[in-house]
Design a protein around this ligand. Structure first.
Ligand SMILES: [Zn+2]
Length: 173
């Protein structure tokens, strides 16, 4: 199986970190997320699947460390800053490309599909205005580089700017 994302690092994220999980998926990192997991379940999955556990909960974080897991405590309110922190600590590349992104809905792998195959699955205007489409292999969600993509690329730019300034600050300490 093809492992996407740098070095194949995988994550499991707690229910407070929906936006963080979404960004990691866009950047191609396999990231599990659910709003119904209990702490024990998250620890069990992280341990079984060797995933880095991401949480805002100190108790869960300490518990994960005790079990010898790789865990990261994200305390800030700004998900873009959290991603920048995580990128520095775990050497992640935050680049959004449709060919390497994972489905933001289900974490499935996304693959390019022929335009004719999305006919009827997207609005007519979308079909007429775009030629490149991608589809999640797992849930079937169709993606294209519409207006939302501009927002996503803007987030990518902000995150990478934050990474640079965080790195510069560290050097100056
Ligand atoms: Zn999907």
């Amino acid at each position: 199986m093809k492992v996407k994302g740098e070095g194949g690092i995988r994550f499991i994220s707690d229910s407070m970190l929906g936006k963080v999980a979404r960004i990691l998926r866009l950047a191609g990192y396999d990231t599990l997320y659910s709003d119904s997991w209990r702490d024990k379940e998250m620890i069990r999955i992280a341990s079984k699947e060797k995933r880095v556990l991401l949480t805002r909960d100190r108790k869960l974080y300490q518990e994960a460390l005790k079990k010898g897991l790789d865990a990261y405590l994200l305390l800030g309110d700004n998900p873009l800053s959290s991603i920048a922190e995580l990128s520095i600590s775990h050497g992640l590349k935050i680049l959004f490309k449709p060919e390497t992104s994972r489905c933001t809905i289900c974490n499935g792998e996304v693959t390019q599909i022929e335009k004719r195959k999305v006919k009827g699955k997207v609005k007519r205007g979308t079909y007429e205005n775009f030629d490149d489409f991608w589809q999640c292999k797992k849930c079937g969600q169709v993606y294209w580089l519409g207006s939302h993509w501009k927002k996503i690329k803007e987030e990518e730019r902000i995150i990478n700017k934050k990474i640079l300034s965080m790195k510069a600050k560290k050097k100056n300490l």
